[in-house]
Structures are given as C-alpha cells and as structure tokens.
Design a protein around this ligand. Sequence first.
Ligand code: MN
Length: 294
Amino acid sequence: MDNNLKSIKAVLPPPHFHMVGDGFRVHNFFPSLPEIGLTGMSPFFLLDYGSKWLVSPSETPRGVGVHPHRGFETVTIAYHGKVAHNDSAGNSGVIAEGDVQWMTAGAGVLHKEYHEKEFSRKGGIFQVVQLWINLPARYKMTPAKYQTIENKDMTKVLLDDGKSSVEIVAGEFKGKKGPASVFSPVDMFNAKLIKGAKVIFSFDKNYNTGMLVVDGEIKINDLKNAPENYFILFGHEGEDIIIEAVEKSTVLVLSGEPIHEPIASYGPFVMNTESEIKQAYEDFKTGKFGYLED
Ligand code: MN
C-alpha cells in the first residue's frame, strides 16, 4: 500500500477541436480549460493536442505559415505523420514519428510548420502534440535555439516486463536523464506500455503534473480510468503515481516546477507585462524577428 499517492484533480475529456492554419486539428487542453487555466500546469503554458486525424492526400502541404514567437519554448512531438519546420534562425528539419523538436523562441523567432511534403502527398494518420513551455523572466530574451531530439537520442528505460519502456525527453526517471536542455526543471516522458504493464512515477509535491493518454487506456492509482485522448491533471498532495495499462498504451507524462511570475500573453507571445507584449508587436512589425520566406 502506497501512502504517498498523488491526488487526482481531474480526468479531462478532449475539448472540441479547432484548426491551427489548415494543417493542425487540435484540442486545446490549456490554457483554455478552466480546470487548468494559465498557471495550472506551469511551466507548461499551452497544450495543443492533435488527436489521430486521417489527412487526405494533398500536393500542397497543409500547415501554418510564417508567424513569430517570443518569451517561451515550443515543443513538437510527432506520434503519427511528419512535420516540416523552418525558422528565421536558419534552422529547418523534419519531425518524424517518435521524434521531438524543442525550439526556444526566447527573444524572438519567425517560423512555419507544415505537413512534410511526402507525407502530405500520400496522406495518412496524423497525430501531433505541441506544448508551449514558459521561460522564467530572466531567460525570456535568451537567443533563439533549436534542439532536434530524434527518437534514437532519447534515454530509454526498460520496465520489469521487458517489453514496456519509458522514453525520457527531458528530466529524470529512475536515475536516468533525458537529452533536452531546459531553462527550468521539467520532466517529459513517453511511457510505452504493453497491456497489463505497471509503472510508478514520482514527482515533487510542488510540481505541476499531468498526463495525456495518446494511445490506449490506463488506470491511475488503482482508482480512475483514463481512455485515449484524455488528460489527467494531478493535485499537489502526495508524490507517487501508479499507472496500469488497461490495454497497450502510450502516455505523455509532464511535470515541472511552476514559475511564480506574472503572465501577460497575447497571440504568439508570452511575456510578464503588457508593455513587453506591446514591445514584442513593435519589434515584430519593425523586422527585429528576422526574415523567413513564406
Ligand atoms: Mn508556432
């Protein structure tokens, strides 16, 4: 009997989807759901979840054209399909199935995100997560950077059943560390579980913790079930979380130390004050974010 189980605050079904550009059909779990809001998952600021979507073939890739970001990081995780990315810092790449792209917008970057050409031509199942991770005030104007984290670069911890594993993107699990470099403490894992597998995670009481069921169905703390596309928000009592896979499952696990600083956000910018938001628009209009061809 575990007397240090973390409380479950809510098991949330996916909100109705909306389109980002014409290429991303996403459910926004936060900040739009009132149960989570602007700070309930801090330092994670936004979770746009593109649940499995059958994309019809198109010679012209669907996506989002050139747009700016400042003050945070975007993390894109491809579960099905491929995303092509280009930014004004000169970085470009393809995020393939199982890969993660970790872009620090920091002081500012322009980028565009489209279905990768070949994927677009053939069509197929598309399933992608985009997270925005807030930056502490002192790092908001850090130079833009880009980390490509291919699946092979992730630290993989095999579980006792010999078939299930936990892939560490960022942070630490069972003494093993993930490859992402971060500006504040963040844990990000993919738990890939066979039916019946059990895994225990442990996170600091003060951290904000949540999980997204990307595939399958899980039972949490021997108490509550969460099916595919549901998000589990944990409370701040207790530290341990017991996950049991009701069927073969993939779970995105997120935990991090909250950033206790004011938030001013508008569109593609997440800053601390309204005047910093105004400045971001001014800098964007006057070309200070660089240049990127449409
Ligand atoms: Mn973007």
